[in-house]
Design a protein around this ligand. Structure first.
Ligand code: ADP
Ligand code: MG
Length: 333
């Protein structure tokens, strides 16, 4: 799970002063969804967490591979199911990003993710024959929506939308808030973030990008960079949390769908800023697969995206590259 921590130091004292001078105050909601935590702040006259939670539960019941009765799980089991809006939106956007990245982003990569032990079916280390046997089941062009139904080239093709689903969940909450006329908010699910307007201190929202420290948790919460955003989405994908070593080699949790092997770049983390969080989430994942140079090329023709990439130089040091547009977001002291 990418970890971007937003900073809300001083929130409590600001809350108190805000309550006393106006009706709308900053609501703070915290809960669980998609196997992770969410934190949401929004300026409104009352708390709407119940509505937020039920919107997120609906997304989960569409896109979670951990829910055996979700739309995506039924598709994976070839059980006939009516496609809902959540599935269709994420599927279509994923297919667009697959086409743009020449198949490096691919939601049919699930069987490989499982084989490598990063998915939802337990851990086993695959050999090269196993990988070769799995490749015919991979390929985004092998799945289509025709007349409102999913059509697969082979029944053993599976869909794994997890690299964009969290970001999509953030967008669903942001849209819900906007529909209510809320203009100041920050939505964060498992480190995927989207914000608008200002925080309770009347300033732009600030988001910290983790230092790429290996391990499940950044226990010390060390921050590499602080970025300021008013409206937009930000997502980090990192290979410094989900990986394992074998024979001195590091295997990360993003897979190159063409080779069937985990990506082997020097990249430790990619942070992407985009208008919507599903896109930020998907691009941060695929840039990990593509590597630094291909990503730099790609960004030249995608001015709507900004990126911040941390790469390892050797075992003890790392280097940072950011697009010119990302420089605008980095907080000046
Ligand atoms: P996390 O939030 O867990 O860090 P990401 O958003 O970076 O995750 O997505 C990683 C997940 O994406 C993997 O666990 C896997 O399910 C899926 N995945 C791996 N490789 C690819 C790929 N090439 N294209 C699309 N999804 C992928
Ligand atoms: Mg992602």
């Amino acid at each position: 799970m990418p970890r971007i921590y937003y900073l809300f130091l001083g929130l409590l004292s600001t809350l108190v002063s805000t309550i006393s001078c106006q009706n709308d105050t900053y609501q703070f909601n915290q809960g669980f969804i998609f196997g992770t935590e969410y934190h949401i702040q929004y300026k409104f006259d009352h708390d709407i967490q119940a509505e937020i939670q039920s919107a997120l539960d609906e997304v989960n019941h569409s896109l979670s591979t951990y829910d055996s009765t979700s739309v995506v799980s039924l598709i994976n089991k070839n059980i006939s199911v009516e496609l809902d809006t959540h599935f269709v939106v994420v599927f279509k956007r994923s297919q667009e990003i697959s086409a743009e990245t020449k198949g490096m982003f691919d939601i049919s990569v699930g069987p490989l993710v499982n084989a490598w032990g990063f998915g939802f079916k337990g851990k086993q280390f695959p050999d090269s024959v196993q990988i070769l046997n799995l490749l015919p089941r991979i390929g985004y062009q092998k799945i289509k929506i025709v007349d409102g139904k999913i059509i697969k080239d082979r029944p053993d093709i599976e869909i794994d939308p997890s690299s964009a689903a969290e970001g999509y969940g953030v967008d669903v909450v942001a849209n819900l808030l906007e529909k209510k006329g809320i203009e100041n908010y920050l939505v964060e699910i498992g480190g995927e973030i989207r914000s608008k307007g200002i925080n309770s201190k009347g300033k732009k929202w600030t988001v910290g990008i983790d230092k790429p420290i290996e391990g499940e948790y950044n226990a010390t919460g060390e921050i590499q960079e602080i970025v300021s955003i008013d409206s937009g989405a930000i997502s980090t994908s990192g290979n410094y949390r989900k990986f394992y070593y074998r024979d001195g080699k590091k295997y990360a949790h993003v897979i190159n769908p063409h080779t069937g092997y985990p990506s082997e770049h020097q990249i430790l983390s990619v942070t992407v800023y985009a208008d919507d969080c599903m896109s930020a989430d998907a691009y941060s994942t695929v840039f990990m697969v593509m590597g630094l140079e291909s990503t730099q090329m790609f960004l030249k023709s995608h001015p709507e995206l900004s990126a911040y990439i941390i790469s390892s130089k050797d075992t003890n040091s790392y280097s940072i590259w950011m697009s010119d547009s990302f420089k605008e977001l980095v907080s000046k002291p």
